[in-house]
Design a protein. Sequence first.
Length: 130
Amino acid sequence: MNERGPRRRRGPPPWPAQLVLIAWFVSPVPLPLRGATPPIHYCGAFYGQTAEGAALPGVLTLEGLVDILGRLPAGTTELGCHPGFADDLDTTYAAERATEVEVLCDPRLRAALAHLQIIRCSFADATMVL
């Protein structure tokens, strides 16, 4: 992940490997588990603050998102984001959430996705690659 990534964590996953295996094998339906489902990558670069809460200018723009999308690996990727209207939430990310909505709803994004040959899908669709 690049330097614009959100809260980068070093070290092992926050859950033991045994728990991941148990969750995977006992589930009646194969569900993607972030960081433990190899065919599905995770990208958290579309986040407008550093881990300390400082603004990251240029990330939450259409150009910033297209740049991130253009660097995704081949295959299926979950794009982590937090869009929404957080006027009633007590959060330091309220303004950025509204900006994410604007960027994700920008009509030019569809053309960029088509150009990059990216197909949007839900997690229900993503389980088909498992």
